[in-house]
Design a protein around this ligand. Structure first.
Ligand SMILES: [Fe+2]
Length: 190
């Protein structure tokens, strides 16, 4: 994968919407923890960094709007998935990176967007889980960040309800629990 192209596009996102870029960095960090090989780590990191790249084509006034969005505005924001696919395809990114941008809002029961897919590519399911977890643990204009425990409970509900991939979700939850234990252990001895 061409690192220059990744950096170039990520910097464009950072310039257009720093909050989305910050979120994407967290998604990239979380997603790479779900990898099983070095190759997958690099792939998931890139998928995370660029999953919302389509937002560079959405007006910042809309991305930053703090009051409730109209149906038309929601539809406009949802186009970031197809816009992202087009940008990444045009820049010759691997199909998995294109898929992650295009399908990260699809849900396993077929109630996601933009295509209501049931058979969702693996990399898009990984980014969906990382994206939801990152969003839950971040402050938003309309709410404070959820605690770790609340976030884990919400992830479980979304996996059991057929939204998020249950195996990937469980893998992340185990990973988070391990990290917390490590942190507590380090503090206990520190
Ligand atoms: Fe998104």
């Amino acid at each position: 994968m061409n690192d220059k192209k990744v950096r170039f596009l990520f910097l464009r996102l950072q310039k257009h919407c720093p909050m989305t870029a910050q979120h994407s960095l967290r998604v990239a960090e979380i997603a790479q923890q779900l990898a099983t090989t070095d190759r997958e780590r690099a792939l998931f990191h890139t998928c995370g960094l660029l999953h919302d790249i389509g937002k560079i084509s959405i007006p910042i006034s809309l991305l930053q709007k703090e009051v409730a969005l109209t149906d038309t505005e929601v539809m406009a924001i949802r186009t970031h998935t197809a816009l992202g696919r087009d940008i990444l395809h045009k820049n010759s990114f691997p199909q998995q990176v294109v898929n992650a941008a295009h399908f990260h809002h699809e849900r396993c029961l077929g109630n996601g967007y933009p295509c209501c897919l049931v058979d969702i590519p693996y990399e898009a399911r990984v980014i969906a889980v990382a994206d939801v977890y990152a969003a839950l643990t971040e402050n938003r204009a309309y709410r404070k960040a959820h605690s770790l425990q609340e976030s884990i409970s919400i992830l479980k509900i979304q996996a059991e309800g057929g939204g998020l991939d249950p195996f990937i979700t469980q893998k992340l939850i185990s990973q988070i629990s391990e990290d917390v234990q490590l942190y507590l252990g380090a503090n206990a001895f520190g």
